[in-house]
Ligand binder design. Structure first.
Ligand code: NDP
Ligand code: 8X3
Length: 252
């Protein structure tokens, strides 16, 4: 019987790259995101591999959407072995006195509340089966705070605390809890952060070789392929040209 991995935010970036890696590892996949056409494209891309893929289209900010999507899953698909809580975003990069309520709400509702809602629905099945692995995608922003990062950093600091809390509470149930904490990864992240301003987004990676989504997918693949007695608590992964959230070395 193949293992099942659910990956949130699989329509782009780290989630999409992780889906491809775990497909190569032989996992059956539940792929989620809001953009249905992207989910279907990825499903088609994976169709030649000897795995099965189910797509669930929902906004992780909306509990009723999550519940309705999970209700559509056939019972055997509810035996989720690996949950990768990846869906997330930064919205805006403004000093605290200029931030938009709507950006703050979107980040908190997605990165914190969405991760919690979905996890709460998946964890009981893992507890019943006494088996599971949850991987939360955090960030260097979960460990450091930088200018204009205020609320995004707060959400990722929350992810760090939730990860540690989950690990403690799920200890008796043989459920591993890990996090992966990347520095700069070139995905759609900065385009989303700057509300579609491609020039601003390109500037983020100017003069630097950033991480690519596949680098983080590699780390997640490593985590899920450790023996049963080994848990990788956290991996902090940076581009070689980035020493911290604020120190970068850029070529002219
Ligand atoms: P992308 O923008 O490329 O991907 C984000 C994914 O999250 C998309 O698949 C998107 O799907 C999904 N998503 C966003 N909002 C929602 C929502 N409301 N409901 C459901 N799905 C949602 O960025 P990344 O791949 O870079 O980001 C993935 C994770 O990695 C995020 O948690 C981010 O904070 C974290 N991270 C990113 C870093 C970077 O530099 N890129 C560094 C450190 C951490 P859709 O729009 O289709 O709903
Ligand atoms: C995304 C990376 O540097 O914007 O989490 O915090 S950063």
């Amino acid at each position: 019987m193949k293992k099942i991995a659910m990956i949130t935010g699989a329509t782009s970036g780290i989630g999409k790259a992780t889906a491809k890696k775990l497909a190569q590892q032989g996992y059956n996949l539940i792929l989620t995101g809001r953009r249905a056409s992207r989910l279907e494209e990825l499903k088609t891309e994976l169709q030649n591999l000897p795995i099965q893929t189910v797509t669930l289209c929902f906004d992780i900010q909306v509990t009723s959407e999550i519940e309705a999507a999970l209700k559509k899953l056939p019972a055997e698909w509810l035996n989720i072995d690996v949950l990768v809580n990846n869906a997330g975003l930064a919205a805006g990069a403004d000093p605290i006195y200029n931030g938009l309520w709507s950006d703050w709400e979107q980040m908190i509702d997605t990165n914190v509340k969405g991760l919690l809602y979905l996890s709460k629905l998946i964890i009981p099945g893992m507890m019943e089966r006494q088996q599971g692995h949850i991987i939360n995608v955090s960030s260097i922003a979960g460990k450091e705070t930088y200018a204009n990062g205020n609320v995004y950093c707060a959400t990722k600091h929350a992810v760090e605390a939730i990860t540690k809390g989950m690990r403690i509470d799920l200890l008796p149930y043989n459920i591993k809890v890990s996090s992966v904490s990347p520095g700069m990864v070139e995905t759609e992240f900065s385009i989303v952060r700057y509300h579609g301003d491609k020039d601003k987004a390109d500037n983020v990676y100017k003069g630097i070789t950033p991480l690519y989504a596949e680098d983080i997918a590699d780390a997640i693949e490593f985590m899920v392929t450790r023996p049963a007695h080994v848990n990788i608590n956290d991996m902090l992964i940076m581009p070689s040209a980035q020493a911290s959230a604020v120190y970068n070395h850029r070529e002219e």
